[in-house]
Ligand binder design. Structure first.
Ligand SMILES: [Zn+2]
Length: 234
């Protein structure tokens, strides 16, 4: 009890000494601002892609895997607000950024109209060893927020990563594709039969990871796959 009170007091002191900063530009946040300052929030490069109308993210997967529809929320670039947000989310334990993006994107998708209501929202899994090291999967809270908004069930543990191999290598695309195919597997295939799955990830670059996950989900079954990512490299 005493420890609890003490930690509350320390928390308050912390807030005074270390005021919350914007994850986009490090400026001090003011009352009513959450995670991002007003300037960064207004400058977020929204793609305005959704799951109702064809967009460039769909085209990434054409001829590679049978994805029903794909979209990403933000444009990713090598510097700037989006890169900073993803960095804090992935490497600095700022998991609440996932919830923030998931709620925003989820409501945009709903507003644009969904082609179908997903049964499950499934995150691209990390290898268990990597997840233990990081302490969390950076996509989980994004997926949970979307699942809540879309009336779907958030499911982990069905799609799993079986080998701990770097996904971004300098190898050419066909080699990478082949080496990716066996990295992901489905544990309980029966649960996916006839289901619509919204697969979620952080940043789409080549699409190789999502392609491999989609193939694993669809293997030998009638599972429909949709994709929603936080960002895409344009
Ligand atoms: Zn800012």
């Amino acid at each position: 009890m005493i420890f609890l009170k003490l930690s509350n007091i320390l928390n308050d002191i912390n807030k005074v000494l270390l005021p919350p900063l914007c994850f986009g530009c490090n400026a001090r946040l003011y009352r009513g601002e959450h995670l991002l300052c007003t300037l960064c929030r207004n400058q977020l490069p929204l793609t305005e892609y959704n799951l109702a109308v064809e967009n460039p993210v769909d085209r990434i997967f054409y001829g590679r895997t049978d994805v029903s529809k794909a979209a990403a929320f933000l444009y990713y670039s090598d510097e700037g607000i989006v890169k900073n947000l993803i960095h804090y989310l992935k490497y600095r334990k700022q998991q609440q950024i996932g919830t923030f993006l998931g709620e925003w994107f989820g409501s945009e998708l709903l507003q644009a109209g969904m082609p179908a209501r997903p049964d499950y929202v499934i995150p691209v899994p990390l290898h268990p060893r990597k997840q233990r090291k990081r302490g969390y999967n950076q996509v989980d809270l994004f997926g949970e927020a979307m699942a809540t908004l879309l009336g779907a069930e958030f499911r982990t543990g069905i799609l799993v990563k079986t080998a701990n191999v770097r996904t971004q290598t300098r190898k050419d695309r066909s080699f990478r594709w082949q080496s990716q195919q066996d990295l992901y597997t489905v544990v309980d295939r029966e649960q996916l039969a006839g289901k619509k799955v919204l697969l979620v990830d952080d940043v789409i670059t080549t699409g190789a990871t999502l392609e491999a996950c989609s193939e694993a989900l669809k293997k030998g079954g009638d599972t429909e796959v949709y994709i929603a990512a936080m960002a895409v490299v344009p």
